[in-house]
Write a protein that binds this ligand. Structure first.
Ligand code: PLP
Ligand code: ZN
Length: 430
């Protein structure tokens, strides 16, 4: 304990996930000083104090649909200005047809593709922008496979905050287009995400920029936990049995775990659902560690390759929280190959109208694999997180529909020729 007074009366301390040491929020910006990049911090709240001031009933009266309806449960001052973009408040769709297809009793799809920049990352980036303002930062920076960067650039643009973004040169076009449109300074790194991450952290340290990096900045899983709050509230404060989360760095699954744990600590939910972490077969660091019982603090990085760029991470930055999320909830890590991921894009889109990018569709592919492996029972209630929109990666979507045998039909522009073509397709009678 540093003994410094906190300006956040509802935050008890930040706890290192490695050594458990407590730090005052004012004393540390990112990681535990004793454990470097591994010493990711957990934000620990005074739940008794919170439960006295807040309840499901007070929330029911709050008309704000955005993530800031939960601001009392976030590590920001009560009067902190929040960015104007509407982050959060995404729909949770009941999907009976997909439930039948997947072989579970109830299935809901949480569509994070409708966030302002098109992915769940907006939740974390919105909080990063508030924390950067609190610190008086001139520049905010991040390394990202694309979505975290787009989210940061977009939310920062809404408040006129300059950003510098490090992305691998291989990032999908749509994500780079978003960055440039939002006015970010974009640095295309000739290397992997992991290398971009190292670079950004070191440069930021030198320049005093505020760092949004996943699994380094302790507040990113705090922003992401609001998706769990929403799911719980949308289900009437009844926990689902299973939540299926696509996993790259592990920050989302760690945040989902944190969100449900908060709700149980507040007495608003009776239990934490089992968390299934879905990894691409070509980026399966955590699935390997899970199966082999490896210690993720000593397991070296792996070489990765997958169509699901948003979950490609050779050294998942939030691996300690991710492993804990799965272990403590009785969940599992499940891997799915690129063919299954691509097949899940049209399956989700046709089954419930949600168009997902490969990493997001991986969650549904993972559910199918988990049911086949008896990790999910037929009578269970399941939530799938669809973490990003399909418009993020159109070439992969085109590949997915072609693999599914779907292609457009060419039509002559004159009525006679068009009618003949429509007849040939069996769409109209001769
Ligand atoms: C970032 C991302 C993920 C994975 O989140 P992690 O915190 O890296 O595990 C999954 N899907 C999409 C669309 C993402 O952008
Ligand atoms: Zn530590």
């Amino acid at each position: 304990m540093t003994g410094m007074p906190s300006t956040l009366p509802h935050v008890r301390h930040l706890a290192c996930v490695v050594c458990g040491a407590h730090h005052a929020p004012d004393a540390v910006d990112y990681v535990c000083p004793d454990h470097g990049d591994d010493g990711i911090l957990d934000v620990v709240y005074d739940h008794e104090r919170l439960a006295r001031r807040l309840s499901p009933a007070t929330l029911a009266e709050d008309r704000d649909p955005s993530m800031w309806r939960y601001r009392a449960l976030l590590p920001i001052a009560a009067d902190a200005a929040t960015p104007p973009l509407r982050v959060g408040g995404t729909p949770l769709y009941a999907t009976p047809r997909l439930a039948r297809e997947a072989g579970v009793r109830d299935l809901w799809v949480k569509d994070e593709g409708v966030q302002p920049t098109g992915s769940l990352k907006d939740r974390a980036s919105a909080l990063a922008v508030v924390k950067a303002a609190e610190r008086g930062a001139q520049v905010v920076t991040t390394a990202s496979t694309g979505n975290a960067a787009a989210a940061l650039a977009g939310v920062a643009a809404s408040v006129g905050q300059p950003t510098v973004i490090f992305v691998p040169a291989t990032a999908p076009q749509a994500k780079v287009a978003q960055l440039l449109a939002y006015g970010a300074t974009v640095l295309l790194v000739d290397g992997t995400y992991d290398q971009a991450f190292e670079l950004s952290t070191r440069v930021a340290e030198r320049e005093g920029w505020y760092v949004r990096n996943t699994g380094f900045n302790p507040y990113m899983s705090e922003g992401k936990k609001t998706v769990a709050y929403e799911v719980a509230e949308q289900l009437g404060w009844r926990a689902p049995d299973v939540v299926v989360v696509p996993v790259g760095d592990g920050c989302i699954i760690g945040g989902v775990h944190k969100g449900f744990r908060d709700l149980v600590a507040l007495g608003w939910l009776d239990r934490v659902p089992r968390l299934l972490g879905i990894q691409a077969a070509g980026s399966d660091y955590l699935a390997q560690a899970w199966e082999r019982g490896e210690d993720v603090r000593s397991k070296p990085p792996i070489v990765v390759s997958t169509v699901a760029d948003s979950i490609a991470a050779g050294l998942p930055r939030d691996r300690v929280k991710a492993m804990r999320a799965v272990r403590e909830t009785g969940g599992a890590f499940v891997r799915v190959d690129d063919d299954a991921i691509l097949a899940a894009i049209p399956a989700l889109a046709r089954g419930c109208g949600v168009f997902a990018e490969p990493a997001a569709a991986a969650a549904y592919a993972g559910l199918r694999a988990a049911v086949a492996a008896d990790l999910v029972a037929p009578d269970e209630r399941v939530v799938v997180l669809s973490t990003g929109t399909g418009l993020k990666d159109v070439p992969s979507a085109m590949r997915a529909v072609a693999d599914a045998g779907s292609h457009p039909h060419h039509l002559p522009s004159d009525l006679g020729g068009a009618s003949a073509a429509l007849e040939a397709l069996g769409l109209v009678r001769p």
